[in-house]
Design a protein around this ligand. Structure first.
Ligand SMILES: NC(=O)c1ccc[n+]([C@@H]2O[C@H](COP(=O)([O-])OP(=O)(O)OC[C@H]3O[C@@H](n4cnc5c(N)ncnc54)[C@H](O)[C@@H]3O)[C@@H](O)[C@H]2O)c1
Length: 348
């Protein structure tokens, strides 16, 4: 995810989402935007992001874009949730976690969320924590705040997606496949472990050199520098760090045959999907591959056993196979094929 403020943007079409709600309370320093993209499949579930935005328009645009992505993610993961997201505008330094000022702000935000009558269900996203969700819940709103790190579940789903991509593109299993993992964090480190366990040759890139080295040593792999990771010599590039790393320039120099990772918004623009297709590189859409975290949240809500959860995570691989086959048959990008599946699910 981009950590810098997005460039300023024009105010988006507010009617592109089912509902866009602004919330303000100067007494606690709250300014927020809730975007509920689509509730066809259920209540709009999506995290609360807290960061600085250059303008209200930029905040609304990000909330709407991320809410749409959640709609697609839930539809493709066959989860009974709609898509939503909210952003808190960090106009001044954030109160410390657990401080009375932060609790007051989150509690007030919980009042606003409760007013949606359950149409918006928040969870943790960049800048917010389980403690924040608890304060929102204490104010009477529904919020997902199980104290479980979703990273390993997301990694399990991404790995199922990667195996499906490799099978489709290269007709082989993971033994001996060269995988570059960009970002050795909660998802990437686990992904590296899973791939290495199956005999893949793993290369790790992270801006935190110590972290990259330690994960590489653990999995018997090697390290490459973060800047050249997307174009490194390999079979699979797995972006698990920041957004929009696959640009037109990267595609021109890319040597991987498969791109499969966790990073939301992996592609710099929709057209990059077409460039990848033309270059013969199989792109596994991020919003299918990285659904393991939300699947785990749902498992906690409905009480799935670990076995049931594991089976649901593996199903991500089946979905990837179906989408890649559809895309090949129709001569379209996997993103287009996936959007068609989502549209069919939403119109059912
Ligand atoms: N955690 C989840 O369950 C989950 C679910 C869906 C999507 N995602 C997405 O997956 C990605 C990884 O998530 P995470 O939870 O592992 O994050 P994380 O913060 O735990 O790890 C990210 C890692 O990337 C490294 N990094 C940052 N910038 C980098 C760069 N330019 N090049 C190389 N390394 C860089 C960081 O040092 C860190 O080690 C994010 O884009 C996130 O939005 C995560």
């Amino acid at each position: 995810m981009a950590m810098t403020a997005a460039a300023d943007v024009p105010m988006p079409d507010l009617f592109a989402a089912e509902q866009v709600i602004t919330c303000r309370d100067d007494r606690v320093g709250l300014r927020a935007v809730i975007a509920i993209d689509d509730t066809t499949l259920g209540p709009g579930f999506g995290g609360v992001r807290w960061r600085h935005y250059p303008s209200t328009a930029a905040a609304v645009a990000e909330a709407q874009r991320l809410a749409r992505a959640m709609t697609l993610k839930h539809a493709l993961a066959e989860l009974p949730y709609g898509g939503a997201k909210s952003v808190l505008l960090a106009d001044r330094p954030l109160p410390d976690e657990g401080s009375p000022a932060r609790t007051a702000l989150m509690s007030r935000y919980g009042d606003f969320i409760a007013r949606t009558g359950g149409a918006y269900v928040p969870g943790v996203d960049m800048g917010t924590t389980m403690t924040d969700m608890q304060a929102i819940r204490d104010a009477g709103a529904r919020a997902f705040c199980d104290d479980v790190d979703p990273g390993p579940y997301t990694a399990t789903g991404v790995y199922a997606a990667m195996r499906a991509g490799v099978r489709h593109a290269l007709g082989r299993d993971m033994d001996g496949v060269r995988v570059v993992v960009q970002g050795a964090g909660h998802v990437g480190a686990n992904l590296a472990r899973y791939a290495a366990r199956d005999g893949a040759r793993v290369v790790v890139a992270d801006v935190d050199a110590d972290r990259a080295r330690s994960v590489a040593e653990e999995v018997g792999g090697s390290v490459t520098d973060p800047l050249s990771a997307p174009t490194a010599e390999c079979d699979v590039f797995a972006p698990c760090a920041v957004a929009r790393v696959v640009t037109a320039d990267v595609v021109a120099g890319m040597r991987a045959k498969v791109v499969a990772g966790a990073a939301n918004d992996t592609l710099d623009s929709p057209f990059v999907a077409e460039l990848l297709r033309r270059a013969g590189i199989t792109y596994v859409p991020d919003f299918i591959a990285n659904a393991g975290g939300v699947i785990q949240v749902h498992a906690g809500q409905v009480g799935w056993s670990e076995e049931e959860l594991a089976a649901r995570l593996e199903r991500i691989g089946d979905r990837v196979t179906a989408v890649l086959e559809d895309a090949s048959a129709a001569g379209v990008t996997p993103v287009e094929a996936a959007l068609q599946v989502a549209e069919r699910t939403l119109r059912r």
